[in-house]
Design a protein. Structure first.
Length: 129
């Protein structure tokens, strides 16, 4: 339960299922991270950040979005979706921040709002059409 004026952050980690929960800005997320890690974090992580930013910063619109991000010679691929347009960008921005925190250094990951309102994903291979 969120209280007005109270800063609340809850992170629960289950190592066996790789699920994480986070409560911020009224959203509760769970995430799954690819087990594989970046061999060189800076260029690949920058590409992942770019792909996710393109999904939520107006590069693409709609309830189902696909976008790529590049850095140096690397390309990462992203997908985002929302249940409705009301609050979609707010939910995706929160999901993006959470996913970059939880799956930092991984070759892919996805975060879903627990209510099913929005989801966001990035991978090092093309999967979104």
């Amino acid at each position: 339960m969120m209280m007005r004026g109270a800063a609340v952050m809850v992170i629960m980690v289950s190592l066996s299922s790789a699920m994480f929960f986070f409560l911020a800005s009224g959203y509760e997320f769970y995430a799954l991270c690819n087990k594989a890690k970046f061999p060189d974090t800076n260029p690949l992580e920058s590409a992942a950040e770019a792909a996710l930013a393109n999904l939520v910063n107006g590069e693409v619109a709609g309830l189902h979005r696909c976008a790529d991000g590049t850095s140096d010679i690397y390309t990462m691929h992203g997908e985002a979706s929302c249940g409705s347009s009301d609050g979609c960008d707010d939910c995706l921005n929160a999901a993006k921040s959470y996913l970059l925190l939880i799956c930092s250094g991984h070759l892919g990951g996805q975060a879903h709002d627990n209510s099913g309102y929005c989801s966001i994903r990035f991978e090092n291979y093309i999967f979104c059409t």
